[in-house]
Every structure is written in C-alpha cells, then in structure tokens.
Design a protein around this ligand. Structure first.
Ligand code: NDP
Length: 444
C-alpha cells in the first residue's frame, strides 16, 4: 500500500466519527501523492505525514454561562493547535451548533496549508464552540464569550496562538473576548484579530476575505484570457464573506444575482442591492425574507437552490459541503465557467471532481479565501509595531498577496504536470514550505 493510502487509512481508524476531517485529509493527501511518492523513503522515515495529520495539541473544555432567565447553560469549547512549523498558530473561532471536534480539526488542518500559501509566518489552528449566538441577547453573548476566554486565555497569546473570527464570531464576539483576555492577563497585546478599529483592529480586515476572493478570481480569469467584468455571479451565504465578495464583484463590473442564508435564498435578476443586504444582515441581523421589501422584483425561495441559477461564476461563501454533485451538474448544465470557494470546503469531493472534469476553473478555499487570514497577519504586524496602516495600504498588500498566491499555485501545478489543476497546485505550494520548516526543525 502506498504511504499516502496508509496514512489516510490510519486517520479514518484513529479518528472515528470525524467525517469532515477524513474528507479534508483525503483531499489534501490525494493531491500530494506526486510529491510524496517522489520522497517516500525520507518522508516515511521521518513519519512526516503522520506528524502532519496529528495536531500538535488540542483542547476541549466546558463553557458554563448564565442565560437571561437565570438558567445555567453549558457549551463545549475547542482549540486545536495543529501546526506551528512556520509561525504561531492562527485560525478562527467558529460559534455554531454544528461544531464538534472533527469539524474543528478539518478546519485546522486546511488552515496549515492556507496560511502557508499566504507567504506570511503563520501556523495552523482553529477553535470554536457549539454555542449559537443567533437569537441570544448581547448580554448572553458576552457571558458566553467571557466564560469561553476564561478557559482559553491560558493557551493563546500574541506569539503563541492568535485566534480570529469565523462563522458566528464577528466584531461583537471578538470585542467581548478581547476585553476578557485583557482583564485576566493585564496585557494589551494582539492576541485576537478581527478587532474593532478603536482597539487595534486593521482597516480592510472586515472586507478582506470577500475582497481577496474576487482578487484571486479575477487574476485566475485574466491568466486564462478572461475578464471578470460583465460576468454573472451566484454567491451563497450572506455573512461576512458573502457580503464583501458581492461588493468587490460589483466594483469589478460583475453582476451578482443570488445570496442565501440557512433558511432560503434570493434571486435578484437586476443584481443584488448591496446596501439592502448590509442593512438586513449587518444592522438588523434579520432573515433574507426581508430582502423583497427592498427589491419587489426579486424572488425569495425557501431551502437550497442558488446553484440552479444560470451564471458564469459560482462563489460558495456559506459553509462546508453546501455544493454537492447535483449542484455541480446543474451549474455545468447552465454553462458555469468558474467555481471559487469563499467558504471552507463548501464543495464536496465528488462535486469538485465533476467540475474539474467538465473543464470548469476551480479554485479551492485554502487559496481563494486566504485573504482573511492574510489580513489578520497584517493586523498582527500592525499590533507588533503599534501602528495602523491606511485602508489603501492594507488593501493593496492584500491584492498583492492574492495575486501571488494564484501564481504560486499555478506554477506548482505546472511544475508537477497538473496544469490548470488548482487544487493540486494549492496543496503542493502550501505543503512544500511547511515540510521544509518541519524538516529543518527536527523531530518535534
Ligand atoms: P458568517 O457567520 O458571517 O456567515 C455565514 C453565512 O453562511 C450566513 O449567511 C449563514 O446563514 C450561512 N450558513 C451558515 N451555516 C449554514 C448552513 N449549515 N447551511 C446554509 N447556510 C449556512 O460567516 P463567514 O461569512 O465569516 O464565513 C463563511 C464561510 O467562510 C465559512 O466556511 C468560514 O469558515 C469561511 N471563511 C471565513 C473567513 C472570514 O474572514 N470570515 C475567512 C476564511 C474562510 P445564517 O445566517 O442563516 O446562519
């Protein structure tokens, strides 16, 4: 049996009931086969893949808090510190009822390669809780965040592990967590990113993931002789990534015709009204059913469906496995040209293969959504030098990073004979730097 197959089998056996983690490991290791095969003897001797798929450490802890009725609630918190070969652990905190250890591990594993791809000195980590901020009062969210950090503070720090936002963790949650960390440690340091502008946050961090997604999408199209201007785009989700992806797509001259949330989706043939979307989601924290009040010409549909609309480009920006084989078939039948992942692993393995076989340009999340963590690393730099850069300065660095990521993964794909396979290219480009650092640092 090949080394890759052996390690995949071990991961499945040693981590039962963690299907998302198995999926992420399979996707990465399968595409690294060509590099691993070429170095099999050395990698085997160093147990390199075994070390790569086993987190350096992981924490699971109780998070008790009191709700508005005086009832004590108990959630579970997680932090997985996956790999620190190239820098302090870096990765978001997901607050969603679906969170479990397997999901955090899949996200942490992906984060290693994503962070490496940015070219910045950040290792891979991820955390979160099964707490659902939806429907909770501000006081309840604060009570949860304070309790969460009261346990987590001992494992994180500006030079060890720097968490950030993710699904369910926005500016409000980061603020409460930062306040509690500072209170306990008595240190004003850049321990979290995604902070508010008044206390060490970076301009353009909020926009970074969505903007970065469009920068790299535009670069990929350009290098394939296409222009993003004039293209029709389907976006899923209506959270942080989706909103700023929509904004940048519009600024680049494309027309976004869909957005969605966990209950339904909107089709607006005239193009999504960005101001209405921001008001509904960022100000009112309401459901997309409200969108029709702003745009009577639009349609609201319950359930899934964004991928049935005829578009040139699909940008899944909601959650994992939201675009399956049936969706991929519908997109291809409608002539889609590119699928670029704003979310983490939104496309199933079967759907990815189908899209690639059908000649669709496919950019994986670890490259396409790396703008968020890249800008988080820029926030860390600003905190370290106690300075704040202008929006334009951060945005232009972000643009440069995304363009670089595309050319690095494109070159890696070509070098190993997988021209145009950006999944293979991203995994190899991310992997090489981490392996180099792990090898140089010995058996740790
Ligand atoms: P948000 O919480 O701001 O938004 C998430 C969006 O996805 C919401 O519209 C939400 O709908 C929808 N959604 C969540 N879960 C589901 C589900 N199970 N089914 C259907 N829709 C769902 O999160 P972000 O925009 O920050 O993150 C979106 C994705 O991007 C995630 O995969 C995240 O890991 C990834 N990402 C985020 C980065 C960032 O900087 N924020 C950086 C890199 C990746 P509803 O409101 O109804 O729940």
């Amino acid at each position: 049996m090949s080394y890759v197959d052996e390690v995949i089998e071990q991961v499945v056996k040693q981590n039962p009931a963690e299907p998302e983690f198995h999926q992420a490991v399979k996707e990465v290791l399968e595409s690294l086969r060509v590099v691993v095969d070429a170095n099999e003897e050395k990698f085997r001797k160093d147990a390199l893949l075994e070390r790569l798929v086993n987190p350096e450490r992981q924490f699971k802890f109780r998070v008790p808090w009191v709700d508005d009725k005086g009832q004590v609630q108990v959630n579970t918190g997680y932090r997985v510190q996956f790999n620190s070969a190239i820098g302090p652990y870096k990765g978001g905190l997901r607050l969603h009822p679906s969170v479990n250890l397997g999901i955090i591990k899949f996200l942490g594993f992906e984060q290693i390669f994503k962070n490496s791809l940015t070219g910045l000195p950040i290792g891979g980590g991820k955390g979160g809780s099964d707490f659902d901020p939806k429907g909770k009062s501000d006081r309840e969210v604060m009570a949860f965040c304070q309790s969460f950090i009261t346990e987590l503070y001992r494992y994180i720090g500006a030079d060890t592990d720097v968490p950030a936002g993710d699904i369910g963790t926005g500016a409000r949650e980061i603020g409460y967590m930062y306040g509690q960390y500072k209170r306990i440690k008595g240190v004003y340091e850049g321990v979290l990113t995604g902070k508010g502008l008044s206390y060490g946050g970076s301009l353009a961090r909020k926009e970074a993931t969505g903007f970065g997604l469009l920068y790299i999408t535009a670069e990929m199209l350009k290098s394939n002789g296409q222009d993003i201007a004039g293209k029709t785009v389907a976006v899923s989700g209506s959270g942080n990534v989706a909103i700023y992806a929509t904004q940048k797509a519009q600024e680049l001259g494309a027309k976004v015709v869909t957005v969605s949330d966990s209950t339904g989706w909107v089709y607006d043939p005239d193009g999504i009204d960005l101001e209405a979307l921001k008001e509904i989601k960022e100000v009112k924290r309401a459901r997309l059913t409200e969108y029709k009040n702003y745009r009577p010409n639009s349609e609201y549909h319950d359930g899934k469906g964004v991928w049935t609309v005829k578009v040139d480009i699909a940008l899944p920006c909601a959650t994992q496995n939201e675009l399956d084989l049936e969706d991929a078939k519908a997109l291809v039948a409608n002539g889609v040209m590119a699928v670029c992942e704003g979310a983490n692993m939104p496309t199933t393995l079967e759907a990815t293969e189908y899209l690639q076989k059908s000649g669709v340009y496919f950019l994986p999340g670890k490259a396409a959504n790396a703008g968020g963590v890249a800008t988080s690393a820029l926030e860390m730099s600003q905190n370290s030098e106690r300075l704040s850069w202008s929006f334009e300065e951060v945005d232009s660095k972000l643009q440069g990073i995304m363009v670089n990521i595309f050319h690095n993964l494109d070159a890696a794909a070509k070098k190993y004979g997988f021209d145009g396979n950006y999944v293979v290219g991203a995994n190899i480009a991310g992997f090489e730097k981490v392996v180099d650092a792990m090898t140089a640092q010995g058996i740790v």
